[in-house]
Design a binder for this molecule. Structure first.
Ligand SMILES: C[S@@+](CC[C@H](N)C(=O)[O-])C[C@H]1O[C@@H](n2cnc3c(N)ncnc32)[C@H](O)[C@@H]1O
Length: 201
């Protein structure tokens, strides 16, 4: 697909997301993630949290040699993603799977991935990480988005809205786990909404 056409498709996807209240990565955050991925040059990438396929397709376009598996539990979003992937002409390199990533039998996925991008339920990152780290190749990188949650992770907990406290506590606990993780070198980058980058030793 010519560059101008795929850019038009991305614009359509952004409009669809805005209109239907689908959370997708904002422009600055995705640009920075793409830059990091272009430095790393993963051949195989796994994404948790497809939504409508926006970040998966942006990644596929930025990394012309990579293949991407992406998991979404919401059937309507998954089906919309399939349509956009088909339209992009990148369906040979982007495989969308409809499943709850916490319930999926990982034996159904082909190891190993050079990169895993976690952009799903924010309070469950530790569970995603523990489940999927075994699929990561040595030297591979796990990228975790929204590690600041608009600054709430750094705020005193009593200033965080009550309904968000469990999620914020979980993100804090996850960040602490990763800080001292013996198997990974981690760095929290002030990228987008806080991007935690963890390289497997
Ligand atoms: C922030 S959106 C993903 C945005 C997408 N990565 C993008 O930027 O284009 C998070 C998505 O994760 C999905 N999700 C949340 N928990 C999940 C789970 N356990 N398994 C699969 N998908 C999940 C949600 O339904 C939602 O569509």
């Amino acid at each position: 697909m010519p560059d101008t056409t795929i850019e038009a498709l991305f614009e359509t996807m952004r409009s669809y997301a805005a209109e239907h209240h689908v959370p997708i990565m904002e422009e600055h955050g995705i640009e920075e993630l793409l830059e990091l991925l272009q430095q790393q040059q993963p051949q195989r990438l796994l994404e948790l949290g497809t939504a409508i396929g926006y970040s998966a397709l942006r990644i596929a376009k930025a990394l012309p040699d990579a293949s991407i598996d992406t998991i979404e539990r919401d059937e309507e979003r998954h089906s919309k993603a399939l349509g956009f992937i088909q339209e992009s002409g990148l369906e040979g390199r982007v495989q969308a799977i409809c499943a709850d990533a916490l319930e999926l039998d990982i034996a159904k996925l082909t190891p190993f991935y050079d990169a895993v991008f976690i952009d799903a339920a924010k309070g469950q990152y530790e569970r995603f990480f523990k489940k999927y780290e075994s699929l990561l190749s040595p030297g591979g990188i796990i990228y975790c988005d929204n590690m600041s949650m608009h600054g709430m992770v750094e705020q005193p907990i009593k200033e965080v809205p009550r309904r968000k406290r469990t999620m914020i506590r979980n993100i804090r606990a996850f960040r602490e786990t990763m800080d001292g993780h013996p198997g990974f070198d981690c760095e929290l980058l002030p990228v987008g909404d806080g991007l935690l980058v963890c390289r497997k030793k």
